[in-house]
Design a binder for this molecule. Structure first.
Ligand code: HEM
Length: 508
């Protein structure tokens, strides 16, 4: 009897030891945080105790994406990120919404964006990707994008030299050969027709996949193709995970989706392991991304990188290097197809600077001012990264805001980029002259690549690749928006066209 009682008591204590911390973190901490935000007048949609506003968020997004926009215009925030239009209209700015027990405080004030992103004291932690949901971290959460603290600083030090401007310029011949080959495929696709339709979204994805494979890993799109394909499937599962509440331990339950998540992860890691084995040696010589990381795996100076860490970074760069730049090029081409006066101006400039047939070079790339302005305006209206997030590691005051520890601060790049108070009444119009020489904007008002210590490490590569590719497209083709194009910008980790980007092209 005594033994049974002892057993029951032990069981009860064990259950309490599990349940109490859970109640504390799932109920008590969020409640206290909510009260503190409410005292400052910060409100948001009513939340359910366990899932927060996950269901509302998913419903808003589904409704917004259920039909394309009626015409090709640039007032796209309510379709891409309806939470930045619907909720502030009801609850004002800043507002708060909840994904499970985690508060997302959405602030669209450039001063706050600047203060949060340039913080170097550790008050705002970068590693909040996935919002505490390990299933949302699978795509790139354990690489630079999702790391924080010492490990992040160490990885950043090892990797940064692989993407400095000198190195990027050194790759111009390879990148222009890849663009040439893409344009040749377009020509072949057109056969003898004077005008034909191309989905540029697909072409640019293959191109940027090819570029990142070559410059970072010394390989090709074909070699990395399996990783790209698997990552596409993984992206869908990650988006699902990001929009739903994660109950601790759920990932170990063998549901159909969880089993697929595990097998995708395993296959991606195995493919990358093989790729590293095949390309490792030649990469060490060329000191590209993979080479620098492999060298760091052999040092004894306390900055050693383990093979598993290298694989995590490969996952990150395969995804971040391909998606973002492909989307920038896609939107820039669509915008020039719609705004023909800018297409003509940009083409005239390319002809003047590079001639009709020569590829742009390291020397004349910086003279392509109009092409650069077009890309910057594209990044304003259609930023591939729609928002960035940081988690407050301690209670902190920013102006009038009193941010409790544990709050995720969500900085809506796309909303700030479309803000009439910053950009004037023409905020939703395509006007590259905003970025004419000498014009600059508040750091927290225009930040498609982020700002501060974690600013995009691939920015040089992205801009050089985009400039080069757009200039070469302009040299060879004139283009219009195809009647079959449906304007449906959608946020699926990056900002992309939901039904592709069909343009009608003519050889020139
Ligand atoms: C138009 C293209 C691109 C855009 C708009 C873009 C945007 C961004 C933004 C906004 C951030 C900052 C995220 C934050 O502060 O939390 C970021 C970080 C990052 N980007 Fe990009 N990116 C682009 C291209 C690339 C390319 C080509 C690569 C790879 C070569 C890349 C790799 C990364 C990595 C690894 C980080 C994390 C940096 C860190 O935390 O230290 N990005 N990017």
């Amino acid at each position: 009897m005594g033994a049974l009682a002892a057993l029951l008591l032990t069981g009860l204590l064990a259950a309490l030891a599990y349940v109490l911390p859970l109640v504390h973190s799932l109920l008590w901490v969020p409640h206290r945080l909510e009260c503190r935000l409410r005292r400052q007048g910060i409100r948001g949609p009513p939340r359910s105790l366990i899932s927060g506003n996950g269901a509302d968020y998913a419903a808003l997004t589904a409704a917004a994406q259920s039909a394309p926009l009626a015409s090709f215009h640039h007032g796209v925030v309510s379709r891409v990120a309806p939470q930045y239009r619907v909720w502030p209209a009801r609850y004002g700015w800043p507002f708060v919404f909840w994904l499970g027990p985690r508060a997302r405080l959405v602030v669209s004030d450039p001063e706050v964006a600047k203060a949060v992103l340039t913080d170097s004291t550790g008050t705002f932690n970068k590693g909040s990707i996935g919002g505490g949901n390990p299933q949302a971290r699978q795509l790139m959460g354990e690489g630079l994008v999702g790391l924080s603290g010492e490990t992040w600083a160490h990885h950043r030090r090892v990797i940064a030299p692989a993407f400095n401007m000198e190195r990027v310029k050194g790759w111009l011949p390879e990148i222009s050969a890849m663009v040439s080959s893409m344009l040749h495929k377009w020509e072949v696709e057109g056969e003898t027709r004077a005008e034909f339709e191309i989905d540029v979204h697909k072409g640019f994805h293959t191109l940027s996949g090819d570029v990142i494979s070559c410059v970072a890993f010394g390989s090709s799109y074909e070699e990395g193709k399996r990783v790209f394909q698997l990552q596409e499937e993984q992206t869908q599962l990650v988006i699902l995970a990001m929009r739903t509440f994660y109950f601790p331990g759920f990932r170990f339950i063998p549901t159909k989706k969880n089993r697929r998540r595990h097998s995708l992860n395993r296959e991606i890691r195995n493919s990358l392991r093989k790729l590293i084995e095949i390309n490792g040696l030649k990469c060490e010589d060329s000191k590209n991304l993979l080479g620098l990381m492999l060298l760091a795996s052999k040092t004894d100076n306390g900055f050693k990188m383990e093979v598993e860490e290298i694989i995590d970074e490969c996952k990150t760069f395969y995804f971040a290097g391909k998606e973002t730049t492909a989307n920038l090029l896609t939107w820039a081409t669509l915008l020039l197809a719609l705004h023909k006066e800018w297409q003509d101006k940009a083409r005239d400039e390319v002809h003047q600077v590079c001639g009709k047939h020569k590829h742009p070079s390291a020397d004349n790339l910086s003279s392509l001012k109009i092409v650069n302005m077009v890309l910057k305006e594209t990044l304003r209206l259609y930023p591939p990264a729609v928002f960035v997030t940081r988690t407050a590691t301690r209670d902190v005051k920013l102006g009038k805001l009193d941010i409790p520890a544990g709050t995720q601060v969500n900085l809506p790049i796309i909303d700030i980029h479309h803000d009439v108070d910053i950009w004037g009444v023409s905020a939703e119009e395509f006007d590259p002259s905003r970025f004419a020489d000498g014009k600059s904007y508040h750091l927290g008002a225009y930040f498609p690549f982020g700002i501060g210590p974690a600013i995009c490490i691939g920015q040089n590569l992205a801009m050089v690749e985009a400039k080069l590719a757009l200039a070469m497209v302009l040299q060879r083709f004139a283009f219009d928006v195809s009647p079959s194009y449906l304007h449906a910008p959608m946020h699926a980790l990056t900002l992309q066209p939901q039904y592709g980007a069909q343009v009608l092209v003519r050889k020139i």
